[in-house]
Design a protein. Structure first.
Length: 398
């Protein structure tokens, strides 16, 4: 009998997408579904970015350099300078989305059986990348009561073993929206120096911080060899389908090894590189309007959630996600129930159960992630649905 690999068995299903069949079934019944489950912005992709592709003129759609088009990498140098990061274009490898950048980091820097420490809750696909690379994720729990601030450094110290090779952060964070402070980043710097660890910094939401400026891992001094940035245009320019990311480090040995993985997959997407290159030339104030729109959405969703009986939602400092604690018995059951058994004025909402963002079994049972990627009117209507749902949910706990 043919079998699939152990890796295939271990590969986790997406906690974000697993409820899609139930949402599709609800829509077939004529129920409107407000999608707060996934980070797909409704902000339009900038016209000049799309026009760069529409107006491109060439006779052959060729492979690009495995590191990405030189012209785009040089443009990225300008972009990074604008956010206080000094790099050379040869220190950038363009990737197929931020996902490939993360996988490249795991494959280049970690051996099978090595351990990577990640504050939880964390982006669920880190688990999948770890399975692909054969490495073990060690979660360190951050808590909703502190707004998901960086866990105490003592907790990291206790988790470090001879197999520990890296720490992964997402800053601002998906799924919590927490933005790490300068003090927290400096604490991580001292930790990676002390134990000679890599710091992988997923900075997909760099532009969207609402209270303080984002502190990049590449703003830290004295750890150039340790730091690797995983980046993407997906959220920055509302271009999720472009699948263009970047792997950025000043560690030449890591770059040389990563290039072999980049060569094995030949090249990143050509059309999307053209779009991404054009995006760097957007006006300097491009993000102002988008950022203020997300801020308004954040303020509304947090206010509505905390006004509901038994609900607590800390105010996220960045990205476009909020984590909320609800008076429910099981977030997986609740999110499925919303789609299968509930409607209010012909509508319901789709949320992401928080259990899929934790590595520690049993955590997140009363928490959900909400992506405030819909307009204010839609968010308000979705919160009306949630408020009514919590009044009638059979598994309500108070």
């Amino acid at each position: 009998m043919l079998t699939i690999s152990q890796r295939g068995h271990l590969m986790p299903a997406s906690p974000i997408r697993k409820l899609v069949p139930f949402a599709e079934a609800a829509k077939k019944k004529g129920i409107k579904v407000y999608h707060l489950n996934i980070g797909q912005p409704d902000i339009e992709t900038p016209k000049m970015v799309l026009d760069a592709v529409r107006n491109s003129d060439f006779s052959i759609l060729e492979y690009s350099h495995s590191a990405g088009n030189e012209s785009y990498r040089k443009k990225l140098v300008q972009y990074y300078e604008s956010v206080g990061i000094q790099v050379d274009y040869n220190q950038i490898i363009v990737t197929t989305g931020g996902s490939e950048a993360i996988l490249f980091g795991f494959m280049t820097c970690l051996d099978v059986g090595d351990e990577v420490i990640i504050p939880e809750p964390f982006y669920a696909n880190y688990n999948g990348f770890a399975v692909e690379a054969g490495v073990h994720v060690v979660p360190i729990t951050s808590r909703i009561e502190t707004g998901f601030a960086l866990p105490p450094i003592e907790d990291f110290e206790k988790a470090i073993t001879p197999r520990t090779k890296a720490i992964v952060i997402c800053n601002p964070n998906n799924p919590t929206g927490y933005s790490y402070t300068r003090s927290e980043m400096e604490q991580l710097k001292e930790l990676i120096k002390k134990h000679n660890l890599y710091l992988f910094s997923d900075e997909a939401y760099r532009e969207f911080t609402y209270d303080e400026k984002q502190v990049s891992a590449m703003h830290l001094q004295g750890v150039d060899e340790n730091v690797i940035i995983m980046d993407t245009i997906s959220k920055r320019y509302s271009a999720c389908g472009g699948r263009i990311g970047a792997f950025v480090t000043k560690n030449k040995a890591v770059l040389d090894a990563t290039m072999k993985f980049a060569q094995a997959r030949l090249s990143p997407p050509s059309f999307a590189q053209i779009a991404a290159e054009a995006a760097v030339d957007l006006p300097a104030d491009y993000f102002n309007t988008t950022k203020e729109e997300y801020r308004s959405r954040r303020d509304l969703i947090v206010q509505r959630l905390n006004a509901m009986q038994g609900v607590y939602c800390p105010n996220p400092g960045g990205a476009f996600y909020a984590m909320a604690k609800l008076p429910i018995d099981d977030s997986d059951k609740f999110c499925q129930w919303l789609l299968e058994s509930f409607e209010y004025n012909g509508a319901t909402l789709m949320l992401a159960p928080a259990t899929g963002f934790y590595g520690t079994p049993g955590l997140g049972m009363q928490e959900v992630r909400l992506a405030y990627v819909l307009n204010l009117t839609a968010i308000d209507a979705a919160m009306n649905c949630l408020e009514q749902a919590l009044k009638v949910y059979p598994g309500k706990t108070n």
